[in-house]
Write a protein that binds this ligand. Structure first.
Ligand code: LIP
Length: 282
């Protein structure tokens, strides 16, 4: 386990944000070491197309113990060992893109979100292979390695790249329909195997949208915050899904968001809010 110099943290959001950056970077060292060592990269299967390595477990244990040491009253919900969900909860994917990690492809990350009273306050995604740390706090914008990022200003589907995530949790026919609609609209459809990094890339303007018909909360909460803080549009995840069960995920640059929503039948939070406003006003 990577050792980190003990620091003391006050019981504030600022302190949690600082801890989040410290812990995701130290977990990154551990994950990168695992990636470079053949043995820790060898994998077993949790289910069809669902990979597990020793590094997933080690990274989660490291993150859990650091957060528990500084904020023992917060709850923790991780991909590998689960946990509890309280009013203050850390939602953690210790390695997202495990299939890439296991097969030597340096496109994977660690994803950490902090949710307070049902709202994501902090989100961080770190790819240690590229030393890229994405970070956002609600209302304060999104950054990569400390520099502000924005979604792309793409307006046309014939210039847009949209990533579609896939897992065995949803029937292939549903994916094929979504992909067909996107292709008919003229989009370039891609899949790179890490849903969390895909969301960070939308926030960073590297792609124009991400859709996945079902994602777990540890894969998507940090990324959804990043995209909305970078000026993009996202789905109302806590309305159409839940922290425990997950749900459909959509995130897109503002100029193509309506089309991405139409192709996937996943609503945008903004259109839901305006429908609510219209209902209230009527
Ligand atoms: C996986 C993702 C993948 C996504 C799946 C899955 P894991 O996470 O990153 O891209 O489509 O829903 O959750 O297993 O690598 O942590």
């Amino acid at each position: 386990m990577v050792t980190v110099e003990p620091t003391s943290y006050a019981d504030t959001l600022e302190a949690r944000a600082a801890l989040c950056c410290e812990v995701i970077r130290s977990a990154g060292q551990l994950v990168l070491k695992g990636f470079q060592g053949e043995q820790t990269r060898s994998f077993s299967m949790k289910g069809p197309q669902d990979f597990l390595t020793a590094t997933d477990a080690a990274s989660e244990a490291h993150i859990r113990s650091m957060i528990g040491a500084y904020f023992p009253g917060d709850s923790f919900f991780g991909e590998e060992e689960g946990g509890s969900i309280g009013a203050r909860v850390w939602v953690v994917d210790p390695v997202d893109g495990t299939a890439n990690f296991a097969r030597g492809i340096p496109h994977f990350c660690i994803s950490i979100a902090y949710v307070e009273n049902g709202r994501t306050e902090i989100g961080a995604i770190f790819n240690p292979a590229l030393d890229e740390l994405y970070f956002a706090r609600r209302g304060e914008g999104a950054t990569r390695n400390g520099l502000p990022i924005r979604v792309a200003n793409t307006l046309r589907f014939d210039a847009a790249s949209v990533e579609v995530g896939w897992s065995t949790r949803v029937a292939n026919s549903v994916y094929l329909e979504v992909i067909q609609s996107l292709l008919e609209m003229g989009a370039n459809v891609r899949r790179a195997g890490s849903g969390a990094l895909a969301l960070a890339y939308v926030a960073d303007g590297r792609s124009d949208g991400y859709i996945e018909m079902h994602m777990n909360s540890w894969d998507c909460l940090a990324g959804l915050l990043l995209v909305s803080e970078a000026g993009g549009e996202v789905c109302p995840f806590f309305t159409i899904g839940s922290l425990r069960e997950g749900g459909p995920v959509l995130a897109a640059a503002a100029g193509v968001a309506a089309g991405v929503s139409k192709a996937s039948h996943i609503p945008l939070a903004s259109s839901q809010n305006s429908e609510e406003r219209q209902t209230t006003m009527a």
